[in-house]
Write a new protein. Structure first.
Length: 297
């Protein structure tokens, strides 16, 4: 049991936090609320998430701040990225509940913010969430930005070993070529792919990751895993976390003429993990590079 003076102090801090929110409801705090806020003083993810969900259930905008606190807890795990994804979804919808029914004016406590939604989806993706990769793919698709949508579709497909699902895109894209097949020198005949090639050659790390993924998939360029690794490594050496992570996957999995090197993969994953990319933790990457039970490629 917490000694009385400490309990009183925690409750006082909780009430102070309540008083500091100018836009919060005027209802008196309940024991449940006071206890949840006091427990959240430990700074743990579970404690912050409990408060966030409590406020969300009450349609209280303070839920947003507490989800942000949960997302900021370290070390990075799939739990913290799930809080980031939740924030992205809430800001995209402009409401705290999950209903699709029109809200009454009295129930509107927040406004949709595409800018904030994008921020949280992107933050989750750059901390390793595969779900956020899909969020961003849909985000760009909804705005007619096929280059952005392609970026996140490729990254998700490489991570999930779903390059086989890109076969229709590969066949429909000019300049695509299977592994070992001769291809004309120079830029891809596809203008979108050619643009990525130009940006990658100029040193754009994100474009370098994109070009590496295109080579791994064989879309608009020759399918060449060694060439994919070369571009991933160039991006990774600039500090790009996806360059580091995908380089680790490429050399850790090997195949298509690329020798498997787990030690080199571990070095790439360590760099990505240092940037808060939770899937680069050893427990995750060893599973990600393990041979699949079956393959469609």
């Amino acid at each position: 049991m917490i000694p009385f003076p400490r309990r009183a102090l925690l409750h006082a801090l909780a009430l102070l936090a309540l008083a500091g929110c100018a836009s919060t409801p005027t209802r008196p705090p309940s024991d449940t609320e006071r206890d949840a806020l006091a427990a959240a003083a430990d700074g743990r993810f579970d404690s912050a998430l409990r408060v966030a969900r409590m406020y969300q259930g009450w349609n209280d905008p303070r839920a947003l701040d507490w989800y942000a606190r949960a997302a900021a807890t370290t070390p990075r795990t799939h739990h913290s990225t799930s809080a980031e994804e939740t924030l992205g979804t809430l800001y995209a919808r402009g409401r705290l509940d999950s209903s699709d029914e029109p809200q009454k004016p009295a129930d509107v406590v927040m406004k949709a913010s595409p800018r904030k939604a994008f921020h949280w989806f992107q933050s989750a993706a750059y901390h390793g969430s595969p779900y956020a990769m899909h969020d961003l793919e849909r985000w760009y698709e909804g705005r007619g930005d096929m280059t952005g949508a392609l970026r996140w579709r490729l990254r998700s497909a490489v991570y999930l070993r779903e390059l086989y699902k890109l076969k229709p895109l590969r066949e429909a894209t000019s300049g695509s070529a299977a592994h070992g097949q001769p291809i004309a020198p120079g830029p891809s005949p596809n203008p979108v792919i050619a643009g990525i090639q130009r940006r990658a050659a100029r040193g754009d790390a994100e474009a370098q990751v994109d070009l590496g993924a295109l080579h791994e998939a064989g879309i608009g360029v020759v399918q060449d895993k060694a060439e994919a690794l070369r571009w991933y490594a160039r991006a990774g050496n600039q500090g790009n976390v996806y360059g580091q992570y995908l380089a680790g996957l490429a050399v850790g999995r090997g195949g298509d003429g690329l020798a498997k090197d787990v030690e080199a993969a571990a070095a790439w994953f360590a760099q990505a993990e240092a940037q808060g990319f939770y899937m680069a933790a050893e427990s995750y990457w060893r599973e990600a590079i393990a041979p699949p039970f079956w393959t469609f490629e």
